[in-house]
Design a protein around this ligand. Structure first.
Ligand SMILES: Cc1cc2nc3c(=O)[nH]c(=O)nc-3n(C[C@H](O)[C@H](O)[C@H](O)COP(=O)(O)O)c2cc1C
Length: 77
């Protein structure tokens, strides 16, 4: 049966990416991100949405670089 959830910031299924960064001292960090996706093909680009409180946010602003890692789904064979 269809059920309304109201106005929520939810999309299902959501991607789960692990975003890798380095801080200013070269220390590696990883963060799980669901608010992300491809945002352009020319040029190829992805977008992620991060709270400013995330260590990852500050690392990206500092170093202008991050990696996108797609973990294997638990349902994948
Ligand atoms: C499934 C899942 C998805 C998440 N997606 C986001 C996201 O899109 N943006 C965000 O700012 N935090 C997201 N978070 C929270 C961060 O992963 C979490 O706060 C993490 O500890 C941040 O790490 P950092 O402070 O080292 O960057 C998500 C957490 C989980 C478990």
């Amino acid at each position: 049966m269809k059920k309304s959830l109201g106005a929520l910031s939810l999309i299902y299924p959501a991607p789960v990416w692990v975003i890798g960064t380095y801080d200013k001292d070269g220390r590696a960090d990883a963060a799980t991100v669901a608010w992300g996706g491809i945002c352009s093909s020319k040029p190829p680009a992805v977008a992620i949405s991060l709270r400013k409180s995330r260590y990852t946010y500050n690392n990206i602003m500092e170093r202008q670089a991050f990696t996108v890692n797609v973990p294997k789904s638990v349902n994948a064979s």
